[in-house]
Design a protein around this ligand. Structure first.
Ligand code: UN1
Length: 510
């Protein structure tokens, strides 16, 4: 495949890198990466060993000492060059994302575009890492706060956005003056290795210290655990399931580290009687079947008012019947495969369980076989009529299952149903009624980190802070002022008088 060569991937690849140097150790059996698209072997990767891990972290510690002294706008210039390189590699990298992960080529290219966009954002940010100045209560005193780099930032990313999520973290973190150690999902390490090759050229060209951007491909049980316990990593940013995040958050907190958790979602779209269905239906369908239902922002529930319920149901079933499922690199297809056969099993099991609870399968739900489906990872997206309290509806199944739920009262009833799950990532309402929209956005409205009006739940832009509440973990990444979590905050008070007054009016005369 041409894109593998363009991205400097070989048949065997090292899974550990300090940026400029690949660390090789061939003592263990390498990991074979098969594509969910056709089941073919793409390439092999030797996993980072615990010894190599120590080497990477030590190198990163050293790199931090010099990287933090480079001015923030100069760090921004490096990130600008990374964004430029990503523009050049957009096509092959998008193709590899699609082939290794299984999302449609359009979404693979979109993911690389997110990386480019966050680079641009970070370049601007590199001149805007601003604190506030405050007025001191003491005469001839000045007070302000400033933001300092933290040190090593550990990024654990998931298979579903194998490169974009790393870039939101790493590019923001880099302009903040941190160095990053990235542990990608072991399901999708090749895209990460490709990024590391792209970075290598830029790091070398600019004579940067080795260890500014490092990579450790390994299992969660081994390398992931080392990172969580490592006091040399003051901040861990973890994207994954709620189960993984609960464990990670507790471990990092136990050593007083900071963490940014971006975990599961159970995102709903509310369709009120005042919705424009021409806008709503495509929003629901893309939200539910995009990335084969494997985004943390995927639309999992659609809560529809009874007056438009049958119409929405029929239109959705008809839209689903037109979905073309197949090789995601073929731009005629809408839906590619799930990441692996375990996910296919989880999809089938969830459908069995929800039907046992009383759910009614309206369409889809089968596992596809035959020509073009040899990997065994293709399923037909399903719609299930269900109730919000069903156990399966309450859980996040990382697959294309859309639960159709009816509400009968006012919009607040739909909002309450929407909020009545453990997760709190993304949410949306479709309505042309301003009162309904504002109620959804009010503080007694959606309890999610993302609340959209007349836009689906997925496809957030990088300019906003990304993340959610409750079991989604509370972290924020990407835009707005999410950068503050990547820095150490310090309050400074300076006395430029010749006296020593105390705050709170305390007298202490010697
Ligand atoms: C994720 O699924 O982990 O909002 C991230 C979206 C994308 C990011 C999703 N921009 O759907």
């Amino acid at each position: 495949m041409k894109f593998l060569k363009q991205l400097k991937l070989g048949a065997s690849n090292a899974g550990a890198s300090t940026g400029q140097q690949w660390l090789t150790d061939n003592s263990a059996e390498p990991l074979a990466i098969h594509s969910p698209v056709d089941g073919e072997l793409i390439a092999k990767v030797s996993l980072c060993t615990p010894v190599q891990y120590q080497q990477v972290i030590e190198q990163a510690q050293q790199a931090f000492v010099s990287w933090r002294k480079i001015t923030a706008p100069q760090r921004g210039e490096i990130v600008r060059q990374i964004g430029q390189a990503l523009r050049e590699y957009k096509q092959p990298l998008g193709e590899l994302v699609s082939y290794e992960m299984g999302k449609s080529l359009q979404e693979g290219l979109g993911e690389v575009q997110e990386m480019i966009d966050i680079c641009d954002f970070a370049v601007g940010l590199s001149r805007q890492l601003c604190g506030s100045t405050m007025h001191s209560e003491r005469p001839l005193h000045r007070m302000y706060d400033q933001y300092h780099p933290l040190g090593i930032v550990g990024v654990v990313s998931a298979f579903n956005f194998p490169v974009a999520v790393w870039s939101w973290n790493a590019m923001i973190s880099a302009v903040c003056g941190n160095v990053t150690v990235w542990k990608p999902s072991e399901k999708t390490p090749l895209t990460a290795i490709a990024c590391q090759h792209i970075l290598k050229e830029i790091l070398a060209r600019n004579n940067l210290p080795e260890g500014v951007f490092s990579l450790v491909v390994g299992t969660g049980a081994e390398i992931g655990e080392l990172m969580l316990d490592d006091k040399r990593i003051p901040l861990m940013s973890v994207t994954g399931s709620t189960r993984v995040g609960r464990h990670a958050g507790q471990k990092v907190a136990a050593r007083f580290g900071k963490s940014i958790l971006e975990l599961g979602g159970n995102n709903a779209i509310i369709i009120t009687p005042n919705a424009d269905l021409k806008v709503a239906i495509p929003g629901v369908v893309f939200g539910a079947v995009g990335t084969a239902g494997q985004r943390c922002t995927t639309t999992r529930r659609v809560i529809v008012h009874e007056s438009v319920y049958d119409k929405v149901k029929d239109t959705l079933i008809s839209a689903y019947s037109k979905l073309r499922i197949g090789n995601p690199l073929d731009q005629n297809n809408h839906v590619g495969p799930l990441i692996d056969q375990n996910s296919v099993r989880a999809f089938s099991e969830a459908l069995d369980k929800v039907q046992a609870e009383g759910g009614k399968l309206l369409c889809g739900g089968d596992v596809l076989s035959g020509e073009g489906y040899a990997s065994g990872c293709y399923v037909r997206p399903a719609i299930v009529e269900a109730e919000n309290h069903y156990q399966m509806v309450q859980e996040e199944t990382f697959a294309p299952i859309l639960y159709l739920i009816k509400y009968t009262g006012k919009v607040q009833q739909a909002i309450d149903l929407q909020n009545d799950v453990a997760q709190g990532l993304s949410s949306a309402i479709f309505t042309q009624n301003m009162l309904e929209a504002e109620q959804f956005l009010a503080h007694w409205g959606s309890d999610c980190g993302i609340a959209n009006v007349n836009i689906g739940t997925s496809g957030a832009e990088i300019g906003g802070a990304f993340g959610g509440e409750k079991e989604t973990g509370g972290g924020r990444e990407s835009g707005s002022d999410a950068w503050k979590a990547y820095m150490r905050r310090q309050t400074n008070t300076i006395n430029y008088s010749t006296a020593m007054p105390l705050a709170q009016g305390i007298k202490f005369d010697l």
